[in-house]
Design a protein around this ligand. Structure first.
Ligand code: UD1
Length: 431
C-alpha cells in the first residue's frame, strides 16, 4: 500500500508548472469519440482518472494512442460497443460522460449508474432529465442507465433545477449532435464547461454562451478531426497556492489562468497573503501567521468546493475562528477527524465547519478520505512539526500528477513509500 511520508516545517519555495485540468480532460476524452476522424489532445494530465477513462474508451473499441506522456490521439470510428463496464464507473464516476457522447453520436448508450461516493450522494437526475428532454428513452435496468433515441435527438429548451457541471457537459455533448436548437438554462459556468464547449466547437459543433448560464447549441450532423490543448487545472494550481500559504512559503505557479483562480486569490489576500498575478502565472507569498475568515463553497465563479478541504486546513492554522460552509456536497468534511489527530480544532455542524485556529500542527498518521481532502492532509503534513504519514494516497493520485515530486522540487521533505520499512528508513534519514 502506497503512502506519503512527510517531514513538515520546510516552507514551499520556488516555481512549478501546472498541468491540464483533470475535470476538463475527462469530458474532452469522452467527447473525442464523437467523431470518426482522429482527434489529437495535448496537455492531458497523466493521472489515474484520465488513464482509467482511456482504458474505458479502448474497451468499447476506440483507438487510443499515447503520443507522449501528455498527448494522446483518439479515434472513435472503430467503436462497436455502446455499453460501458461497471468496473470503470466504479473507479471514476465521470465515465458517465460517455453516456452523453455515445448517445449524441450513436443515439444509444448504456452506462452503469454511478451510485454515491465519498463526498456525498451525488444523484444524476439532471443529466437524465436533459437526455429525456432531447427525446431519448432513458430507463434504469439492472443497475445501468439505458438510453436510446431511435428517432434521433431533438433540440429543446432545458432548464436545470440546480447548477450541475456534469449535467451541463453531458447535455451539451448529446445536444451537439441533435436535430435543431437546444437552449440550456441555469447551466454551470466552470472553466472546464467552457473548455469542453471550445473543444466540441473545434470539432465542428455549434455551441454559444458557454461560461454564462445560458448555453445555445445548434445540433450538427457530424463532427470532425481536431487538435486541442486542455486548459490548465485551476484546482491543482489552487492546491499549490494554499500549500505556499500554509508553509509560509513563496511559490510562483506557472501555466495558469489567473482569472480562474480569483475566488482563491481573494480569500488568500483577505487573510493576509500576498498574491501577485501575471499573464499566465501567479505567485503566493506568506511570511506571517494568517488570520480568520468565512468561506462558502458555490458554483463558479464562487469559491470551489474542490478547494474547500485545502482552505479549511489553512484556516485551522490561522489566528481566530473561521466558518466554512459547504453548500455543494453534504459529506465533504471527513478529513476533520484526521486533522484532529494533528492537533486541528474543527467542529462540524451540518454543512458548516467551525474552525478555531491553532498555532501549529504536529505530525501524525492520517488517512486520505478522498482526493481533495487527501491533498489537504498532505498540506497539513507539510506545515506540521515532525513526521506525518498519509495512507490511502491512491485517492490523491487520481487527480494530482507527480504530487510528491512537484512538492519536493519546492523544498518539501516528502516521499512516496511502499512499506513500513521505508517509513522507518525515512524517519531515520531525516532524524
Ligand atoms: C464536478 C467535478 C467535481 C466538483 C463538482 C462541483 C468533474 C469530473 N467533477 O462534479 O470535482 O466537485 O463538479 O464543482 O468535473 N446534482 C444533482 N443532480 C444531478 C447533478 C448534480 O442533484 O443530476 C447536485 C450534486 O449532488 C451536487 C450539485 O448538484 O450537490 C453539483 O454537482 P455537479 O456540479 O453535478 O458535480 P459533478 O459534475 O458531479
Amino acid at each position: 500500500m502506497e503512502q506519503y511520508v512527510i517531514r513538515g516545517g520546510n516552507p514551499l519555495v520556488g516555481e512549478i508548472e501546472i498541468g491540464g485540468a483533470k475535470n476538463a480532460a475527462l469530458a474532452i476524452l469522452s467527447a473525442a469519440i464523437m467523431t470518426d476522424e482522429t482527434v489529437y489532445i495535448e496537455n492531458l494530465p497523466d493521472v489515474r482518472d484520465t488513464n482509467v477513462l482511456l482504458d474505458a474508451i479502448q474497451k468499447i473499441g476506440g483507438i487510443v494512442e499515447r503520443v507522449n506522456r501528455h498527448t494522446v490521439r483518439i479515434n472513435g470510428s472503430t467503436i462497436g460497443d455502446y455499453s460501458v463496464d461497471y468496473e470503470y464507473i466504479k473507479k471514476i464516476r465521470a465515465s458517465y460522460y460517455l453516456l452523453g457522447a455515445l448517445l449524441g453520436k450513436y443515439k444509444k448508450a448504456e452506462v452503469p449508474l454511478p451510485g454515491g461516493c465519498n463526498i456525498g450522494s451525488r444523484p444524476i437526475d439532471q443529466h437524465l432529465k436533459g437526455f429525456r428532454a432531447l427525446g431519448a428513452q432513458v430507463d434504469i435496468r439492472h443497475g445501468a442507465i439505458c438510453a436510446s433515441a431511435e428517432q434521433g435527438l431533438f433540440g429543446r429548451h432545458i432548464y436545470l433545477d440546480m447548477v450541475s457541471v456534469g449535467a451541463t457537459i453531458n447535455i451539451m455533448m448529446a445536444a451537439s449532435m441533435a436535430n435543431g436548437y437546444t437552449i440550456l438554462e441555469n447551466a454551470a459556468r466552470e472553466p472546464h464547461v467552457v473548455d469542453v464547449a471550445n473543444f466540441l466547437n473545434s470539432m465542428g459543433a455549434n455551441i454559444k454562451g458557454a461560461g454564462t448560464d445560458v448555453i445555445r447549441i445548434r445540433g450538427v450532423e457530424k463532427l470532425h478531426a481536431a487538435n486541442y490543448m486542455i486548459v490548465p487545472d485551476m484546482i491543482e494550481a489552487g492546491t499549490y497556492m494554499i500549500g505556499a500559504a500554509a508553509t509560509k512559503g513563496d511559490v510562483l505557479i506557472k501555466n495558469v489562468i489567473p482569472k480562474h483562480l480569483e475566488a482563491i486569490t481573494a480569500k488568500l489576500t483577505e487573510i493576509g497573503c500576498e498574491v501577485q498575478e501575471f499573464d499566465d502565472a501567479i505567485r503566493v507569498i506568506a511570511s506571517k501567521r494568517l488570520h480568520r475568515t468565512h468561506v462558502k463553497t458555490l458554483p463558479y465563479p464562487g469559491y470551489p468546493t474542490d478547494m474547500q478541504p485545502q482552505i479549511s486546513v489553512l484556516l485551522a492554522l490561522a489566528r481566530g475562528t473561521s466558518i466554512v460552509t459547504e453548500s455543494i456536497f453534504e459529506n465533504r468534511f471527513k478529513y476533520v477527524d484526521e486533522l484532529a489527530r494533528m492537533g486541528g480544532n474543527v467542529k462540524v455542524e451540518g454543512n458548516t465547519a467551525i474552525i478555531d485556529g491553532v498555532e501549529g500542527f504536529t505530525g501524525a498518521r492520517v488517512s486520505a478520505p478522498d482526493l481533495r481532502a487527501g491533498a489537504a492532509l498532505v498540506i497539513a503534513g507539510l506545515a506540521a512539526d515532525g513526521i506525518t504519514v498519509v495512507d490511502d494516497i491512491t485517492y490523491i493520485q487520481r487527480g494530482y500528477e507527480d504530487f510528491e515530486v512537484k512538492l519536493a522540487s519546492l523544498g518539501a521533505e516528502i516521499q512516496k513509500v511502499f512499506s513500513e520499512k521505508e517509513v522507518q528508513k525515512f524517519r531515520y534519514r531525516v532524524g
